[in-house]
Design a protein around this ligand. Structure first.
Ligand code: FES
Length: 234
């Protein structure tokens, strides 16, 4: 007979629940009957929708993580925060200049950073958040885009910043500026788009549509990949 997972106590909004050890916070919430409509997206650590606050019995210090990645622990107290409302500058990318001054004019609070590094310690992706904030202060858009490339936009850096900065929204602006104005143009991409529009791959796409999921996964895993992104940043 298969061995059953040990049950542990967790507390959801103060209610004690018993859940099998090894579940993620997200699956534990669902195991206890909560239907996750908000605060849940890809379930794979990519979309940043499931940022969660928790602490432990007799240990009130707040911790932060992604609910779809963090495994429940005994005596964990959970509170779901559906999203983190944070300042987000409005702009028309087509009308912006890719300059540090423009970034600072849209996010002037950046100058209030006093280097406590809480944002970096909070980031579930282990990004160097404080460093890309200082890159932004120096006007280095490329460095911000590079260091924040794996940002999930979960908002935890902003939730924890004692100065009320929003590093994740500022970094999104820098990645957009970099992509729109500073990235070298890819000639082979233009060629490939022309080929696609001319129907060169229509037959291949039709065949893929008929392929079973397992075979599709194999093809995806074994596909030829383009060189790493760094190459495009030279
Ligand atoms: S649900 Fe997408 S990161 Fe957790």
């Amino acid at each position: 007979m298969a061995e059953q997972a040990r049950l542990i106590d967790i507390y959801i909004m103060g209610r004690r629940c018993q859940v099998p050890e090894g579940l993620t916070i997200l699956t534990a919430l669902e195991y206890c009957g909560y239907r996750m409509i908000r605060g849940c997206g890809c379930r794979a650590g990519f979309c940043g929708a499931c940022a969660t606050i928790y602490n432990f019995k007799n240990d009130p210090q707040l911790r932060y993580d992604l609910a779809c990645q963090k495994t429940v622990e005994p005596d964990m107290y959970l509170v779901q925060v559906p999203f983190f409302p944070a300042v987000k500058a409005l702009y028309d990318l087509e009308k912006l200049e890719a300059t540090g001054g423009k970034v600072l004019s849209l996010y002037p609070d950046l100058v209030k950073c006093f280097g406590c590094n809480t944002c970096t310690k909070t980031c579930p992706q282990e990004l160097e958040v404080m460093w890309f904030v200082s890159d932004a202060l120096r006007g280095d858009i490329r460095e911000v885009a590079d260091k924040s490339f794996d940002c999930l936009m979960c908002g935890l850096c902003a939730a924890r910043c004692p100065q009320g900065l929003v590093p994740y929204n500022m970094a999104l602006l820098c990645r957009r500026l970099y992509g729109r104005y500073l990235t070298p143009v890819s000639e082979h991409l233009e060629e490939r788009i022309t080929e696609i529009e001319a129907g060169k791959f229509d037959a291949d796409i039709e065949e893929l549509k008929k392929t079973a999921e397992k075979e599709l996964r194999r093809k995806y895993t074994e596909r030829d990949m383009e060189p790493a992104l760094e190459q495009h940043w030279e």
